[in-house]
Ligand binder design. Structure first.
Ligand SMILES: [Zn+2]
Length: 235
């Protein structure tokens, strides 16, 4: 047998526990949203990094192109000066300078080729990062919409349970409700506990015989001597 007032408290406790759970889920929603935003930011950053690398390669390649052009200009200048000179040693010096510029050009062109290969290798990496970022974007949009829908559903459930709880509370003695509320806060959401095998299911301490008898008699509200929770006999 359970005291009617305790039965009412059990129903209220059920609503309060539900509210706790709902509020916990509501609290998680912005954290889940933030994690989604971080995921999108990471995908966008990876894409930007791959594009930046390609740009850097291209800039370097253009620099080398200019270096080659500058050397060709110098070669053209030396060729003209060479034609104008009548001195054999000067003539040979121009030839020598032109040869070493040609060698430099060949070395620079090798490097240019390497950069072009690196640039080509970067293309599929960018394409992949683009695909990944697009997929992540649509996934994140979907999940954020889900989270927002969940929040709305949770909020309406909270309102419902709260209204129900308020209605139930009007039928309970004010002092008893106060005691219950204090216990609910202090005892981690379990103010009313079953007594099973003479043991309080809140603190798992065996109750004394007079407590067990009082709980079974269900004539008045009886508390666990160890944890203070309101007890009811489990049937
Ligand atoms: Zn106890």
């Amino acid at each position: 047998m359970i005291l009617p007032a305790v039965t009412q408290l059990l129903v209220i406790q059920d609503r309060d526990r539900k509210l706790r759970q709902l509020n916990l889920e509501l609290k998680n929603a912005p954290i889940e949203k933030k994690a989604m935003d971080a995921r999108l930011a990471a995908a966008s950053a990876a894409l930007e990094a791959s594009k930046l690398k390609a740009k850097e390669i291209e800039v370097k390649r253009k620099e080398l192109e200019n270096e080659v052009r500058a050397r060709h200009d110098r070669i053209a200048k030396y060729e003209n000066q060479k034609l104008a000179t009548k001195k054999n040693d000067e003539y040979a010096a121009y030839d020598h300078a032109i040869e070493s510029l040609k060698k430099e050009i060949s070395d620079i062109e090798d490097k240019e080729m390497e950069l072009m290969e690196a640039g080509d290798a970067q293309k599929p990496i960018i394409a992949n990062a683009e695909k990944e970022a697009a997929e992540t974007r649509s996934l994140v949009q979907r999940q954020i919409a889900d989270i927002e829908a969940k929040v709305k559903a949770l909020e309406s459930q909270v309102a419902e349970v709260r209204a129900d709880r308020a209605k139930l509370a009007t039928d309970v003695d004010e002092d008893l409700l106060d005691t219950y509320q204090r216990l609910f806060e202090k005892k981690d959401g379990l103010a009313v506990a079953a007594l099973a095998n003479e043991t309080c299911q809140g603190c798992h301490v065996k109750s004394q015989t007079h407590i067990v008898n009082a709980v079974k008699a269900a004539k008045e509200v009886t508390n666990c001597l160890n944890c203070g929770r309101i007890l009811y006999a489990e049937v």
